[in-house]
Ligand binder design. Structure first.
Ligand code: AMP
Length: 276
């Protein structure tokens, strides 16, 4: 891949990278479209990264359809689809990892303690291989986006991180490869996530600034569905991800909820009256 991109660089001035775990939906394709617009050459990677899954998570079950993904990536303008093999990526004796000291200790990182070490490591490896000009990430995985931005800044990585908005189903459910695990009944219950976020946004717009009250209302909306189990609901500073008690500026509400077995995440910016 390194050799190939060396040749590509003789004619392409800029390379965009879209890292993914595959099983594409319109959210992935929107990142590819952005990459296509920005750069001369578009690389899309598919890698279900074992280093970012904890014990008992869905590494072995993660949905796959490489043939369909290949067609969609090609149609969307990808020049290369990079699908490394896990054993080649982490050969026997592999021991180097990238660890951030603070940002991973909030939100999802509390419940998935090794997840962001795996994310930061795989993204660093991809950046080292591709040396992309741009790398595009979705705001759906907000904490991941912030961690990658911070890592790039802290370690002087010569890449520009571009973010892209969350693409949703017509009824508001954030698109996710994991939505394919949902039964029809769970699919309806999964709307609890977006309903809770929308409700909080509206309440904040109406002047409710106490995060405990907002979180309790969100809990109530999600718990009203029988198959949901809340991992966390938090309202935090959008830069530091520190939990806040009172909304005084833009704030991020983020949540993770198991709906049946699949664990779904979503987030939304909350904007108090008179700001933004
Ligand atoms: P994944 O394959 O789930 O690891 O996601 C690969 C990239 O797609 C990440 O940057 C995600 O944030 C992004 N992504 C996933 N779902 C969405 C969505 N619904 N809208 C926009 N981007 C998304």
């Amino acid at each position: 891949m390194i050799e190939h991109l060396r040749t590509v660089r003789q004619s392409a001035k800029t390379i965009a990278l879209v890292p993914t775990m595959g099983y594409f939906h319109a959210g992935h394709l929107s990142l590819m479209e952005k990459g296509r617009e920005l750069a001369d050459h578009l690389v899309v990677s598919i890698f279900v990264n074992p280093a970012q899954f904890g014990p008992g998570e869905d590494l072995d079950k993660y949905p796959k359809d490489l043939e369909r993904d290949r067609e969609l990536a090609e149609k969307t303008g990808a020049d290369i689809l990079f699908t490394p093999d896990a054993d080649a990526f982490y050969p026997h004796g592999y021991e180097s990892f990238v660890v951030l000291e603070d940002l991973p200790h909030h939100l999802c990182g509390i419940h998935r303690p090794t997840h962001f070490r795996g994310v930061a490591t795989v993204v660093t490896k991809l950046f080292n291989i591709m040396a992309p000009t741009f790398a595009i990430f979705g705001r759906k995985d907000y904490q991941q986006l912030m961690i990658i931005r911070k890592m790039v800044r802290d370690l002087n990585m010569p890449v520009t991180i571009i973010d892209a908005p969350t693409i949703r189903e017509p009824d508001g459910l954030a698109m996710s490869s994991r939505n394919s695990y949902l039964t029809p009944a769970q699919r309806v219950q999964a709307l609890g996530l977006i309903n809770a976020l929308e409700n909080a946004r509206k309440q904040v717009g109406d002047g409710e600034l106490d995060t405990k009250a907002l979180i309790n209302n969100a809990k109530f909306l999600i718990d009203s569905h029988p198959d949901t189990q809340i991992d966390y609901i938090d309202i935090c500073d959008p830069e530091t991800l520190e939990t806040i008690d009172k909304i005084e500026g833009m704030a991020l509400m983020a949540l993770a909820v198991k709906v049946g077995t699949p664990r779904l995440i979503d987030n939304m910016m909350l904007c108090p009256p008179g700001i933004g």
